[in-house]
Ligand binder design. Structure first.
Ligand code: B12
Ligand code: SF4
Length: 441
């Protein structure tokens, strides 16, 4: 069979559409490697090149996180019209399999590593089932090397997305990770990670470790970083700010080539952090934490969630002051957006029209005002960065003299603090999550 893996494109002019640092989605290269070898496999990322629907194929595999689901469904519908079998998987179809199945022939719920070969076999016989779910969680000790050679040679900022662990020991209310992985934290044998690094095309590779929390198990993290420090690598990853308290670990990370960390600060309000269940975060330790990373040459890409109950419009200026004071190197400012289904199998939530969850003005706005029960609906959302729209909703369209894209140079220097907002005086505000650069001058 000819199998096409597809990543749907971002809406035109959204941040992730215009951004120059694009990364390949690891699920595609990994599932490609898990495909039985007799099949011909290709990978198509619509954000890199347009799809050719006329190109012949027998099976299409579409991945979709929530913000990409509407486009993913359009693609699936088009292939089905052309009588091509379509399988969907990833975060959104996992949350809403009954919704996804109305657009495709089969949905893989959750991790697919150990069931993908069976899905392919069933498709070959024209006998796809509607839903697949592997028994238990993937054993990370025997994963094949992702097939990066299938990626387009141009268009990505860098191609090395690698995973060393899956899951997170915490369970923040707005986050899908623990809700999906069920509180498990699994690690890949360090030797396996090393094998993958040795196979990279460039020896001095730039890597994004796409772990949810690369320091979820300190012992493992130390072993991993010690291995990495033997290579001349530059890498970025994700983890909580609380690790800054462990100076030895931060030093080891720097020695291992850590260039930047994506860190979920989420809020400057302890009340909001409590609502989020973000137990690792202590606002009073943020500034010292950032300084510690900076002192070791590690940049901080700060992520905040706007829209919890204790937020009001002043949060934006507070954030900007915080970012400038601490020379935060980059920021991700998503707006809390429903829905997050706590239990993916809860029948009453299945089939809900989640596109309404993709209208962040309504929900986000309510999030800023919500109290009590309303909070439960407004909170716990999927993060779909649309804060540019939120700001317009809050301030009224006419208060903003222009909505423009940040100069490309901002995206090209993501780890320099110049790339972050300088808006207190009414200049460009870099708002990565939402795709807008708001000029408030
Ligand atoms: C790394 C990462 C990023 C990176 C890189 C993204 C990229 N292009 O690779 C960065 C920081 C850029 C990023 C940004 C964003 N991210 Co992000 N990201 C992740 C993270 C931590 C890991 C993703 C990953 O590579 N996992 C490893 C692979 C192997 O796992 P997987 O993708 O789940 O795939 C497995 C299964 O899901 C399944 N599967 C997946 N696709 C398919 C398809 C088929 C056909 C089949 C059969 C199976 C299948 O099989 C795979 C193997 O088991 C996830 C959290 C997570 N644990 O998934 C969040 C996550 C996916 N991100 C999320 C979001 C919201 C975003 C943003 C939209 C944030 C924003 N506001 O802008 C942006 C979008 C950026 C973009 N252009 O893709 C949410 C999505 C929530 C949702 N309901 O969809 C997640 C789940 C995080 C969270 N805290 O909730 N992200
Ligand atoms: S937000 Fe970060 S710390 Fe919280 S559960 Fe998700 S990955 Fe873990």
């Amino acid at each position: 069979m000819k199998i096409k893996f597809i990543v749907p494109r971002w809406p035109k002019d959204s941040f992730w559409d215009v951004i120059t640092f694009k990364f390949p989605t690891l699920s595609n290269t990994l599932l490609a490697a898990l495909t039985p070898p007799e099949h011909e496999v290709t990978i198509h990322d619509e954000s890199i090149a347009p799809l050719d629907f006329d190109e012949a194929c027998d099976l299409v595999a579409v991945t979709a996180m929530t913000p990409l689901a509407p486009r993913g469904y359009d693609i699936a519908d088009e292939y089905r019209r052309r009588k091509v079998q379509v399988v969907m998987g990833g975060m959104h179809p996992t949350w809403l399999p009954e919704e996804a199945i109305t657009h495709c022939d089969a949905v893989v719920i959750g991790e697919a590593d150990e069931i993908w070969a069976k899905v392919v076999r069933d498709a070959e016989r024209g006998k796809l089932k509607r839903f697949y779910q592997q028994k238990g969680r993937t054993d990370l000790s025997h994963l094949p090397l992702p097939r990066r050679e299938l990626l387009p040679s141009k268009g990505y900022f860098f191609e090395n997305t690698i995973q060393t662990t899956r899951g997170c020991p915490f369970d923040c209310e707005f986050c899908s990770v623990t809700a999906i992985y069920g509180g498990t934290y699994r690690t890949r044998p360090v030797k396996e990670v090393e094998r993958e690094i040795q196979a990279l095309r460039r020896a001095q590779a730039y890597i994004f470790f796409v772990d949810d929390n690369i320091v979820g198990d300190m012992r493992y993290a130390r072993e991993l970083f010690s291995m990495l420090s033997q290579y001349r690598l530059r890498w970025v990853s994700q983890g909580p700010i609380s690790i800054a308290q462990n100076e030895k670990l931060v030093r080891l990370m720097a020695q291992a080539g850590c260039h930047g960390m994506f860190i979920g600060f989420e809020s400057l309000s302890p009340e909001n952090l409590a609502l989020m269940g973000k137990k690792t975060n202590k606002v009073e330790r943020y500034e010292a934490g950032i300084k510690r990373f900076h002192d070791h040459g590690i940049g901080i890409h700060a992520s905040f969630v706007f829209g919890y109950d204790y937020d009001d419009p002043s949060v934006f200026e507070e954030f900007i002051a915080f970012a400038n004071r601490n020379k935060v190197d980059g920021a991700f400012l998503p707006l809390l957006t429903p829905p997050r289904n706590q239990d993916p199998s809860a029948p009453e939530r299945r089939g809900e029209d989640h596109h309404r969850g993709l209208e962040p003005i309504r929900h986000g706005h309510r999030g800023l005002q919500a109290q009590g029960d309303d909070r439960r609906r407004a909170a716990g959302g999927v993060l779909v960065g649309q804060q540019g729209i939120l700001l317009r909703a809050l301030h009224g369209e006419e208060d903003l003299s222009a909505v423009c894209h940040a100069p490309q140079s901002h995206y090209l220097r993501p780890l320099e603090h110049r790339a972050v907002a300088r808006s207190a005086q009414g200049r460009a505000v870099f708002l990565p999550g939402g795709g807008q650069c708001l000029s408030t001058s």
